[in-house]
Design a protein around this ligand. Structure first.
Ligand SMILES: [Zn+2]
Length: 1073
């Protein structure tokens, strides 16, 4: 399922609050910081088959957690100084009795954890059991699944095994877990060489339930004996009667069409495949839509039989649960198998190094009217080694990656962007998630004639860095940033134990030491010592020279824009389908139509209640009655409100200052995101931006600035804040606040060339977003037609923003002083300590210490009375068909429920979650073939939105939205199902948060006026939701059906055919891409 959190992230970092968590337990924003701000990971690596609520979305910033190089740096564990924990492990007698042998045990001081590796003697399965005090327990099972072709077997299998199993014989146990468990993580991913099935929960009973459903799913799935599951998740011909044309349907088929519609993904895939001409990485494990239909059910079955076997399994446990019980649970599954040779068969062969560089040219689809003069992409990729690197070299490469690319001041990034040869960087950096590490760097938005210049500049910059080395400030800044991140171990909403599992797996999977990636203290000390004695140049220059400059295994990929490519792909598919149809006898076609009908019928028939009962669930008595408490003390200082949260943070201080943003005139709003970027990346009179950035890196754990806008329930005026957010070791609090002051007051908007870069980078980012995250564009468009915060968000991150950027790019050249003046006007309008809110999260001792530094910051700020402007500019409501080159659509429909007089009740959360996990999942995804279908209710504004993601349909999806009303009216819900729906909703409300997220959420509640009483009331309403509430909600949703507006991001052809089918349905709006 697609994450609702994805929606929340639209806008320029603002909390356009749209999901439940934002009301009751306002969700965790992406944490700021240099490491996060530039995730230059390659998102092609992992294919998230189902993106559950709190999972990273494909390609979004947090997906970076899957890139080991990033992970190693930013998601590493606490550098513990505490005494070793007592030795805890499974009961040795039971270990033996269950047929395990202990391979090795280590105390990992970095994590305050005891890790024990076991081997299941009969089958050879390996189990890593990590014991510590973390309540967010994690389980994962991983199989090596290298594909031989691009038919997508590993990916389709990953989807399919979660569609029913021996013990859980229902259509989708996975969805039942989504609906009714307290999981803090639930998903599965396909890599180029492995498939991972992780779950997490803080509730022990819930955790065991999740583990059992997953183990049964991977070892005894129904999909290997039931071809209809393969057809649904993989591919099948769809035809309603024999006179109709055939089409392809299938969830993975459409998901991958979406992936292949994104130029960045296409580039990433080609780079990987060309870099590894001779092994499993030469093909696409996710599946190429042009060959997915070659896959047969027999090949699919065989792949499962071979690789989903204990002998090829690596199992991970992490957290505060009983280690003996872990072995008992897995043995119950493992002991039914005999050893096989899958471990040998699944080995990935190393790619030997090429003796000569090679160049590849390919094409990607752009719109017919697009100006293609600056649309080329180029990426240089080195395979770094043909054998495993030692830990110290790996760590040094991670540092090098941060030094050359990790911040706006990093020289390779800076030089390339300042050259104006391209608009933005392509996915760049060290990638060491696969058997052999690689390094990529490139640019997009390049003129064809400039491609050689980009390549030369990359090489000459690397050469210069190898010759001259890095400044000591730069090295110190990278060192501090990385150490801070290691110590803080802030994995955001991603469970810490999962981040560790993925890291360990990167070695374990290849038969290397799984403990090694869990340690960083010693190698870090060694590296620091080496830098101290030999100098940074002696450490980094040889790396650049040997791994890059002298390395002949270099693949340069150029991607050229092609206005005909879209039509070509479409035509090829049509032609192929026509051929198939022509080869079929009438009887065979009728058979296909019957099969289509049967599959639909099956998909639309609910599971019998007995089957649903098979999936274990908690009962309401397992649920705490009270909302999660976050301590808050409210005070005042120099005219500002002080919020203090006394929470243990391991000596890190988290701080936000929020200013009133409604002081900014309406016409300047689109400039706000670039204003924020300028504050951080423009420099002051005494300090250029490089020095400023290095100072931030040396003294803090990161600082960010962004706007935040939301409706406030019951009020006409929205809430809108400018937030500056930072973190530092408490001992560096003075530097943190002093830097915040510098950023807010001293930065000068003088660097026209840099500003131009920001504009073209943002433009390029928006263009990728239109193709890859069309649902966000749709949602923001609809919201902009319904309320002011929506319109504000759209101006700062929607389609209007793209239009604005295209104009602004010209204005910078023709009238730079006016732009400068506007930037200055924004600053003067909001910067005042009056009415500001300071939010601090740390323990009492550190909170008290911070006071004098906060005071100095506030004293330095102006004291002007904020003057609130009237904001207008709601978009004229109309049904819009936004046309872009894409193989799949994104369809939305929305209306404001408060317009009907509806009054918020906690049951609304239960019901909208239920609709998303049942009706929309079944109709839009399962039978419609889209990758995702969901709905969202923004309880602040009252806007209810239906959305689809990577959808082959358009008008039909809207029909399904409208049928929700009928679905609710006819709904029958037994107590079990209702309880599950309630528990699942509580799981959202109580989502697991690290300390910084707790403090931040509390601030947002304060800003939006959500009191503890209200949270309690909503919780009671959630817990007492009844079937009657569902029926009553049907009447409310009638309003969306009747009065709702529609928007879609779609291909020209699909908009046209939707309009043919229903004249006047959509007003076409072409966007050149
Ligand atoms: Zn998938």
């Amino acid at each position: 399922m697609l994450s609702r959190a994805v929606l929340r992230r639209r806008g320029a970092g603002g909390f356009k609050a749209m999901e439940l968590a934002s009301v009751l337990n306002v969700g965790n924003r992406c944490s700021p910081g240099i490491l996060r701000r530039f995730p230059h990971h390659r998102n092609q690596l992992a294919c998230f088959s189902r993106v559950s609520r709190r999972a990273p979305s494909p390609g979004d910033a947090f997906g970076a957690s899957l890139s080991v190089s990033r992970r190693k740096l930013c998601n590493a564990p606490q550098a513990a100084v505490a005494a070793p924990a007592p030795k805890i492990g499974a009961n040795p007698d039971v270990v033996k009795e269950l047929g395990f042998e202990e391979v090795r045990e280590e105390f990992i001081s970095e994590y305050k954890s005891t890790a024990v590796l076991y081997r299941h003697k009969k089958t050879g399965a390996e189990v890593m059991s990590v014991v510590n005090e973390d309540e967010n327990k994690v389980f994962g099972i991983v199989f090596r699944t290298p594909p031989k072709d691009s038919k997508g077997i590993p990916h389709i299998l990953e989807h399919s095994v979660l569609c029913g199993s021996r013990k859980y014989p229902l259509k989708e146990p996975f969805v039942e877990l989504l609906k009714g468990s307290l999981h803090t993580f639930l998903n599965a991913f396909t890599y180029p060489d492995r498939t991972c099935y992780p779950v997490a929960s803080t509730n022990l009973k819930d955790f065991y339930n999740l583990v059992d459903v997953y183990l049964d799913a991977v070892f005894h799935p129904r999909c290997v004996s039931d071809p209809q599951i393969f057809q649904q998740e993989g591919w099948h011909y769809e035809v309603n009667d024999s006179s109709e044309d055939l089409t392809y349907k299938g969830v993975v088929f459409n998901e991958m069409k979406g992936v292949y519609s994104q130029p960045d993904s296409v580039l990433g895939r080609i780079c990987q495949q060309e870099l590894f001409p001779n092994n499993a990485y030469n093909v696409d494990s996710g599946g190429d839509p042009s060959v997915i239909p070659d896959l047969t059910f027999e090949e699919f079955q065989e792949f499962h039989r071979k690789f989903y076997h204990p002998s090829n399994a690596r199992i991970w446990f992490y957290g505060d649960d009983d280690p003996t019980e872990r072995l008992r649970i897995v043995n119950a599954y493992l002991s039914n198998f005999e050893a096989n040779n899958s471990a040998a068969e699944s080995e990935v062969k190393p790619q030997s190094l090429l003796s000569e560089p090679k160049k590849i040219k390919e094409k990607y689809a752009v719109g017919e009217e697009t100006d293609t003069s600056k649309k080329h992409m180029v990426s240089m990729n080195w395979l770094l080694s043909d054998k495993p690197l030692d830990l110290e070299t790996e760590l040094a490469l991670g540092f090098l990656d941060h030094l050359v690319l990790g911040t706006p001041a990093a020289p390779l990034r800076k030089t390339l962007l300042e050259s104006h040869l391209g608009e933005a960087l392509t996915s760049s950096g060290v990638e060491d998630d696969l058997l052999q590490p690689q390094f990529s760097i490139g640019m997009k938005g390049v003129a064809e004639s400039d491609i050689p210049a980009v390549e030369e500049l990359i090489v000459s910059t690397l050469q210069k860095l190898a010759d001259e080395g890095f400044t000591s400030e730069a090295v110190e800044a990278s060192m501090n940033t990385i150490e801070f991140a290691l110590r803080e171990n802030n994995t955001g909403s991603f469970p810490r134990g999962l981040s560790l599992m993925l890291r360990s797996m990167g070695k374990w999977l290849y038969g290397r030491d799984p403990f090694e990636p869990l340690r960083f203290a010693k190698p870090l000390e060694d590296l620091k010592a080496k830098i101290a004695t030999e100098g940074a140049k002696a450490v980094f220059s040889p790396l650049i020279q040997n791994f890059l400059l002298s390395n002949k295994h270099l693949v340069t990929v150029e991607l050229q824009p092609d206005a005909e490519k879209s039509a070509e792909i479409e035509a090829l598919e049509k032609e192929r389908l026509a051929k198939v149809k022509a080869s079929l006898a009438k009887q065979e076609l009728e058979e296909l139509a019957r099969a289509t009908e049967e599959l639909k019928k099956r998909q639309e028939t609910p599971d019998p209640p007995e089957a649903l009962k098979a999936v274990p669930s908690l009962s309401l008595s397992d649920i705490p009655k009270e909302p999660i408490h976050v301590p808050i003390a409210i005070g005042e200082m120099h005219g500002a409100t002080m919020l203090r949260h006394d929470i243990f943070t391991n000596d890190v201080l988290y701080a936000e200052v929020a200013f009133e943003l409604r002081t900014v005139p309406s016409e300047l709003l689109p400039l706000v995101p670039l204003f924020c970027q300028s504050l951080l990346e423009m420099g002051t009179k005494d300090m250029d931006f490089v020095s400023l950035n290095l100072l931030i890196g040396r003294k803090t754990g990161g600082i960010s600035v962004y706007p935040s806008t939301s409706s406030v329930r019951g009020k006409k005026e929205p809430s809108s804040k400018m937030i500056i957010r930072g973190k530092a070791m408490a001992s560096q609090a003075q530097d943190l606040f002093s830097l915040m002051r510098t950023i807010l007051q001293d930065v000068q908007f003088t660097d026209k060339e840099r500003f131009k870069q920001f504009v073209s980078q943002s433009k390029s980012g928006m263009e990728s977003r239109l193709r890859g995250a069309g649902h966000r564009i749709v949602a923001s468009r609809l919201d902009a037609m319904l309320n002011i915060p929506g319109a504000v968000g759209e101006k700062m991150g929607g389609l209007s923003y793209l239009d604005y950027l295209r104009e602004l790019e010209k204005q910078v050249d023709t009238d730079w002083p006016a732009v400068q003046q506007n930037l200055e006007r924004i600053r003067t309008s909001f910067l005042s300590r009056k009415g500001a809110i300071v939010n601090l999260t740390a323990d009492e001792k550190n909170l008290t210490k911070a006071d004098s530094f906060v005071s100095s910051l506030l004293e330095a700020l102006p004291e002007t009375e904020p003057v609130v402007c009237t904001w207008n500019g709601i978009l004229q409501p109309c049904n819009e068909g936004i046309i872009v080159p894409t193989q799949v659509n994104y369809v939305g429909k929305a209306a404001n429920l408060y317009d009907t007089g509806y009054e918020l009740d906690g049951s609304a959360y239960v019901i909208s979650k239920y609709i998303g996990n049942t009706w929309l999942w079944d109709r839009v995804r399962v039978s419609g073939g889209a990758y995702g279908g969901f709905c969202d209710f923004d309880s602040h504004s009252g806007v209810f939105t239906y959305l689809s993601y990577r959808d082959p349909n358009l008008a039909k999806t809207i029909d399904n939205y409208d049928l929700t009303v009928q679905f609710l009216r006819e709904l029958e819900l037994d107590d079990d199902a209702l309880t599950k729906a309630i528990i699942g909703t509580i799981g959202d409300v109580d989502s697991y948060q690290l300390p910084d997220a707790k403090g931040y959420s509390s601030m947002l509640r304060y800003i939006l006026g959500i009191t503890e009483e209200e949270r309690k009331l909503r919780r009671e309403q959630i817990l007492s939701t009844s079937l009657r509430d569902f029926k009553a909600f049907a009447d409310v949703l009638e309003h969306v059906k009747e009065k709702g507006i529609v928007a879609a991001v779609a291909s020209a052809e699909d908009v046209e055919s939707a309009n043919k089918e229903r004249p006047g349905l959509l007003q076409p709006k072409k966007v050149s891409l």
